[in-house]
Write a protein that binds this ligand. Structure first.
Ligand SMILES: CC(C)(COP(=O)(O)OP(=O)(O)OC[C@H]1O[C@@H](n2cnc3c(N)ncnc32)[C@H](O)[C@@H]1OP(=O)(O)O)[C@@H](O)C(=O)NCCC(=O)NCCS
Length: 202
């Protein structure tokens, strides 16, 4: 059985104390637009704010196509019945057992501990279900919210690859943060009690 069929078909549902991470539906477009149109949502990412709901609709249709082709690892993040952001597994290396994660939420919901719940839900699924040995995230140096969040979740700073990506017209430095399976299992990932918040329902 292929990796996707084994782990993402049916698409997993991840629950945390306050959030549900699930497959994105067409009906999520309006909520996603609210998130995608804000400049702060994509300031440190390779995409730009959505200028109209049509851009978000096209994005959601594109994701639906990728779910069908069994190439999509993107969840939406639902909080109190509203979609407030996205969370993804970005780059799997099945040979080496590594995976990159990405996430973002609407700024109306920042500083409530929700980012931490998202990261730990992705990490828990990656180590417990996918069986990877390393989870990592790439962060622009200016994105202190993201690097602090990762450190809070028990990730370690690995280093900075200088001018390693070309984003929005310029070469940028990129920091990498990672957590290893043994660190997750020896509770490094639980230093803030976040691991206990995540429940896998798949
Ligand atoms: C990064 C992001 C997901 C953080 O979400 P959040 O829900 O506000 O984070 P949390 O409330 O769970 O914060 C957890 C920890 O992260 C750190 N943190 C979060 N925001 C921070 C900020 N603006 N400055 C410094 N540290 C911050 C703190 O250590 C915090 O712990 P504390 O509350 O005990 O101090 C959010 O800022 C976001 O969506 N940003 C836009 C998208 C993005 O940049 N994604 C990452 C791309 S690499």
């Amino acid at each position: 059985m292929s990796f996707y069929l084994e782990h993402f078909s049916p698409f997993p549902l991840l629950k945390t104390k306050n959030l549900t991470l699930r497959k994105i539906r067409i009906s999520d477009t309006k909520d996603l637009y609210e998130y995608c149109k804000k400049p702060e949502s994509s300031r440190y990412s390779n995409w730009t704010p959505h200028e109209s709901i049509k851009t978000t609709r096209d994005f959601v249709y594109w994701l639906q196509g990728r779910y069908i082709k069994k190439q999509c690892y993107t969840f939406c993040v639902e909080y109190e019945g509203k979609v407030i952001g996205t969370a993804s597994f970005i780059d799997f290396d099945e040979n080496y057992g590594t995976v990159e994660i990405g996430y973002g939420i609407n700024s109306d919901y920042w500083h409530k501990g929700l980012g931490r719940q998202i990261v730990m839900a992705l990490v828990g699924f990656a180590f417990q279900k996918l069986g990877v040995q390393r989870v990592y995230a790439k962060v622009m140096p200016e994105n202190v919210a993201s690097s602090s969040l990762l450190k809070k979740c028990g990730f370690s700073y690995e280093g900075t690859a200088r001018k390693s990506e070309y984003i929005k017209g310029k070469y940028i430095d990129v920091e990498t943060y990672s957590m290893l399976k043994e660190e997750y299992h020896t509770n490094k990932g639980d230093q803030n009690g976040t691991k206990a918040d995540s429940k896998l329902c798949c």
